[in-house]
Design a protein around this ligand. Structure first.
Ligand code: SF4
Ligand code: SF4
Length: 283
């Protein structure tokens, strides 16, 4: 039987911020939203690419020699990538002695992810922790997510997913049923504002949330505090009231924004514009 493969961009062991206890967080690549403030831009694109970390680079130029596509050039001590020429051969990543040239993700099987997660099983038991699938968006790779969740549950590992809930109801229902905890990142309550800053309305999100709340599934709401966009009293109160309208006690957590996100945009060579808005021309 063919193994289920997916793409991830990070595995973080001993995480204490992605659900209860000590957890292993697996970051899946690909997301249907385009939040202007996204702190992991390398997780948005489902495709793997290469990126460059200027702070690690020792300007040895080995990557320039290794690239047979002339996709790289040195400018002011930093390597610039011409992505139109790059064919992802990875020659640059192999020769870089400083780890400054890397792929933004990797292809991996669900079984391989499970084997990584299982390494810390002793810590999950004592701390009440387990696996958290996050991203990117775990619902964007449903078969891959489902298999990881099922493998972990069979091994007695607690399972959580951190998700925007932007997905068709059948996908949200299927994946959620395999996870013991859903951490729902609700960003902006007003549908029009949501579309302005993420590129999509939140109607699917709120619909999926209410559906899951009715099933009795363990839910936590997280609101990322983006200055001037999501952190207004009006927005926080509206999301809290919405969570409360489900008729159950659903915790609401406020998450401070990570200002280091700008570094990741620099590494990808794309502009960081947390207050960017979408309109018909740039969607
Ligand atoms: S991945 Fe290959 S083609 Fe792309 S920049 Fe590196 S060496 Fe060049
Ligand atoms: S090989 Fe690595 S350290 Fe050397 S110039 Fe390229 S990115 Fe910088």
């Amino acid at each position: 039987m063919a193994e289920t493969k997916g793409t991830i961009f990070r595995i973080r062991r001993f995480s204490i911020h992605d659900g209860p206890g000590i957890r292993t967080s697996v970051f899946l690549k690909g997301c249907p939203l385009r939040c202007s403030w996204c702190h992991s831009p390398e997780g948005i694109d489902a495709q793997i690419s290469v990126w460059h970390t200027p702070g690690l680079c020792i300007s040895c130029k080995r990557c320039l020699t290794a690239c047979h596509n002339e996709a790289l050039k040195m400018s002011s001590g930093s390597v610039l990538i011409d992505r139109a020429k790059c064919t992802l051969t990875g020659g640059c990543t192999e020769v870089c002695p400083a780890g400054a040239m890397q792929f933004t993700g990797r292809t991996i099987t669900a079984q391989e992810v499970f084997r990584e997660v299982r390494k810390d099983i002793a810590f999950y038991g004592t701390s009440g922790g387990g696996l958290t699938l996050t991203g990117g968006e775990p619902l964007f790779q449903p078969e891959f997510s489902l298999e990881i969740l099922e493998l972990c549950r069979k091994a007695g590992i607690h399972t959580a997913i951190e998700t925007s809930l932007f997905a068709d109801l059948d996908v949200a229902e299927k994946i959620s049923s395999a996870a013991e905890l859903i951490i729902a990142d609700l960003k902006i309550f007003d549908p029009q504002e949501h579309e302005t800053y993420t590129g999509q309305s939140n109607e699917k999100i709120t619909g999926n949330f209410l559906f899951l709340a009715e099933t009795g599934k363990a839910l936590t709401v997280r609101i990322p505090l983006i200055p001037g966009i999501t952190d207004t009293a009006e927005n926080i109160n509206a999301i809290s009231a919405f969570a409360g309208s489900a008729g159950r006690n659903i915790p609401v957590e406020l998450i401070e924004y990570n200002p280091l996100a700008a570094n990741n945009y620099r590494r990808l060579g794309i502009p960081f514009q947390p207050d960017r808005v979408f309109n018909k021309d740039n969607l």
